[in-house]
Design a protein. Structure first.
Ligand code: PLP
Length: 485
């Protein structure tokens, strides 16, 4: 079927000159490939100067600008001032490092501009494939349901809503939550802040989250968990959920997931696992045994954007019972009813599994990354990160200035200074390293004391980078100690 030519008056938003667009776009692609190739050579991070920041405080442009000029602004004013998480000496917080394959996948997904809230198109199938792969990885039934979300914080919130509905029934969606008996939930004192936040957002209230102390191995003290549950029941409350952590944010410690599954099953509680950091360690034969019990959980929140290096954002919620998952969120409206055939057909759409209706094609970048690299290579990169972390731990143990502050369970090394009086230097050292563009660790607090935290998440980090890091730590310390005297 041919469509008659337009009258030339109406103006679409496509380029006026496709050849010019092609040239500019190929240059932009080259720019980013060169950037990725040379990422280890640049500074880890640099502060955007005021004149660059001022570029993004401009009035709304009513007239357009040549695309190549806009790309030039990106080159000069955005590209050099990123977070730095691609660099092998970025160790702050817990950031994935991305891959060139993920970058291209993002471009392809943007080209398709698929809305993956629903409808009968291939993007939905790709997302279902990822759910099936996740189920296979974690030992869930093949029919488990999965959903891409921004990150583990959102996945934990949605998982908590499924757990809440499982406990009190789906009528809660219409009638609201009654506080009698009071729902209570449990996690370890080392659980991530997204857990209390999820309790807040779900209307349960973070005051009803019991933070159970951890044992010496950094995992939740399961005996104390049992005691807490008993005492809540005695007080007339209603325990409904236990959140296990696979890789705590501070030290990478694992809860004993098998023991938590025992408690949850014996007590009739929902068992959710925050696997943001450590769930993907299941791809490493070395760390897989630590995740025993994960396969018995009811839901898992984790991030493809961390240790699978899928570009941000790519959080995921996996729920064992697809019917419960759907019944927690599905909200039938006539304009989204399923047709028997055609584009409006299909069974469960992603919009039935979470609150988002319009959503991008996150599944493509996850699928392309995993399809290209293979799960084993991603697992090997996870192993390597942990070996690099142990190397750093060894260097710190041998240092006369710095000292490891916690056991290295996985890939996170927390450390302080040997002299107690030097503690005040820790944050200035971190800021100095960041501002010099040498390395980007971050800070946290362990047992009430500030420590430097290096999370080795990056597949580009090697032992030689840690050698340099420790030398530069010492250089910063000496300079700052000198200044302080
Ligand atoms: C253990 C843990 N849980 C949850 C989160 C939150 O994940 P996200 O940033 O993807 O929301 C993080 C982030 O680092 C984490 O380390």
């Amino acid at each position: 079927m041919s469509i008659p030519a337009g009258d030339g008056v109406a103006r679409s938003l496509d380029p006026d000159n496709w050849d010019e667009f092609t040239r500019t776009s190929h240059n932009a692609l080259d720019l980013m490939i060169d950037f990725l190739r040379g990422v280890a050579e640049g500074p880890v991070w640099r502060q955007a100067p005021p004149e660059v920041q001022a570029r993004f405080d401009a009035p709304l442009p009513h007239d357009g600008q040549d695309f190549s000029a806009v790309i030039d602004i990106f080159r000069s004013s955005i590209l050099p001032y990123g977070t730095g998480n691609l660099h092998p000496l970025f160790m702050g917080w817990v950031h994935g490092a991305g891959t060139p394959y993920g970058m291209i996948a993002e471009m392809l997904a943007a080209g398709l501009n698929a809305n993956c809230g629903g409808r009968n198109h291939i993007g939905i199938e790709v997302e279902r494939q990822i759910a099936r792969w996740a189920a296979e990885m974690f030992g869930y039934p093949a029919g488990a349901s999965g959903l891409f979300v921004t990150g583990t914080s959102m996945a934990t919130f949605l998982g908590l809503l499924v757990a809440r509905d499982a406990a009190v029934g789906h009528e809660v969606r219409r009638g609201g939550l009654k506080s009698d008996p009071q729902l209570v939930l449990y996690a370890s004192s080392e659980a991530h802040g997204c857990v209390p936040q999820a309790a807040d957002l779900a209307g349960i209230g973070s005051a009803h989250l019991r933070l159970v102390p951890v044992a010496a191995n950094g995992g939740i003290d399961v005996d104390r968990l049992r005691i807490a549950i008993r005492s809540d029941r005695d007080a007339g409350h209603r325990p409904f959920l236990v959140v296990g952590t696979a890789g705590t944010v501070n030290t990478g410690a694992f809860d004993d997931l098998d023991a938590l599954a025992d408690v949850a099953h014996a007590e009739g509680l929902w068992f959710h696992v925050d696997g943001a950091l450590g769930a993907l360690a299941i791809l490493s034969p070395t760390f897989r045994p630590r995740l025993k019990g994960l396969e018995r959980s009811h839901s898992i929140a984790f991030d493809f954007h961390k240790w699978a290096h899928v570009p941000y954002d790519a959080g995921f919620l996996l729920v064992r019972d697809p019917n419960l998952h759907r019944a927690t969120f599905a909200h039938p409206v006539p304009y989204l009813a399923r047709a028997p055939r055609g584009l409006g057909s299909g069974g469960t759409w992603p919009r039935d599994l979470g609150p988002d209706l319009s959503r991008g094609f996150r599944a493509l970048k996850a699928w392309m990354t995993i399809r290209t690299l293979g799960a084993d290579r991603i697992g090997a990169a996870i192993d390597r990160c942990c070996a690099v972390a142990r190397h750093l731990e060894g260097l710190l143990a041998a240092s006369s200035s710095f000292v490891p502050a916690a056991p290295v369970h996985l890939n996170i090394v927390c450390f302080g200074l040997r002299g107690r009086r030097e503690e005040a230097l820790l944050e200035p050292i971190v800021m100095d390293l960041q501002e010099r563009g040498i390395a980007a660790p971050s800070m946290t607090v362990l047992d009430g004391k500030p420590v430097i935290r290096a999370a080795i998440v990056n597949h580009r980090s090697e032992e030689r980078h840690m050698d340099l890091f420790v030398r530069e730590l010492e250089a910063s310390r000496q300079r700052l100690a000198g200044t302080a005297c």
